[in-house]
Structures are given as structure tokens and as C-alpha cells.
Design a protein around this ligand. Structure first.
Ligand SMILES: [Fe+2]
Ligand SMILES: [Fe+2]
Length: 139
């Protein structure tokens, strides 16, 4: 699927500080792939990006589970799809040029991931907010 590429902006802030911080970190990390670099540093950054993504997805899935978000299973599948694309890149990276790696990271983060936040992450936020709101007084 083709996505329009976009940079991080307040437009994709979901309003949950922990999640927004993690999203921002991933965009910051992805931005380091542009420009000159050496193969070793780029491969290290790629491993770091993969690790950050794993942590972020795990925390997001725990958050969704804790508020009984009904779309959890579908959301989890999307996370799995993204993790697979990222692992595939990690495996192929040694045979790729730095420009090709940067291109692919841009597609994954500024394309897929940006779009995922806008559509799928925004969708679970009301459930999280409802679950953390004080319980109504039933007297
Ligand atoms: Fe997210
Ligand atoms: Fe997500």
C-alpha cells in the first residue's frame, strides 16, 4: 500500500503523554537515517528502531487490553504486520545501500506508522480516556 509521507507534527498527538512521547521518539530516530552515515551506525540505529517499536507496541497493547478496547485483536494484527516489515528490513539491510535503507525507513515511519497513528491509534484513545475517568456516582 502506498502512503503519503509526512513528518511528525502535533496533528498526530493523541493526547496520552506516554504514547505521544514514544511516537515522537520513533520519528526522531527515523530522521537520523537521512544524510551521510556508515553501514555499522545505520545497522545499529535500525536495531534500535526495531527494539523501540517492539516496546511501544507492547505497551500500547497492554494499555488497550487494560481498558477492554474492542478493536484490540485487529490492532494487534496491524502491529504484527509492521513488526514483520521491520524485521525483514533488518535482515536485508546488510545487502542494501544506505540510501535504500533510508528510503525504506521513511516509508515505514513517515508513511505506514504515521498513517497508523492517525487512523488506528486515535481509535483506541476514547476507550483509554473513558476507563481512566472517575467512576460515576451511583448514589
Ligand atoms: Fe502507537
Ligand atoms: Fe498502534
Amino acid at each position: 500500500m502506498e502512503f503519503e509521507l509526512a513528518e511528525w507534527s502535533s496533528k498526530i498527538e493523541v493526547g496520552l503523554p506516554m504514547i505521544d512521547e514514544q511516537h515522537r521518539q520513533l520519528f526522531d530516530l527515523a530522521a537520523t537515517f537521512r544524510g551521510d552515515g556508515d553501514q555499522i551506525r545505520v545497522l545499529k540505529s535500525l536495531a534500535m528502531l526495531t527494539e523501540y517499536v517492539k516496546v511501544h507496541f507492547r505497551e500500547e497493547e497492554e494499555l488497550m487490553a487494560s481498558c477492554d478496547y474492542p478493536g484490540l485483536a485487529a490492532h494487534r494484527r496491524l502491529h504484527g504486520e509492521f513488526r514483520r516489515m521491520l524485521f525483514e528490513l533488518l535482515e536485508n539491510a546488510k545487502q542494501m545501500t544506505l540510501d535504500e535503507i533510508a528510503e525504506e525507513v521513511k516509508y515505514l515511519i513517515n508513511g505506514w506508522f504515521y498513517h497508523h497513528i492517525l487512523v488506528s491509534d486515535f481509535d483506541y484513545v476514547p476507550s483509554v480516556q473513558a476507563a481512566s475517568a472517575p467512576a460515576p456516582n451511583r448514589d
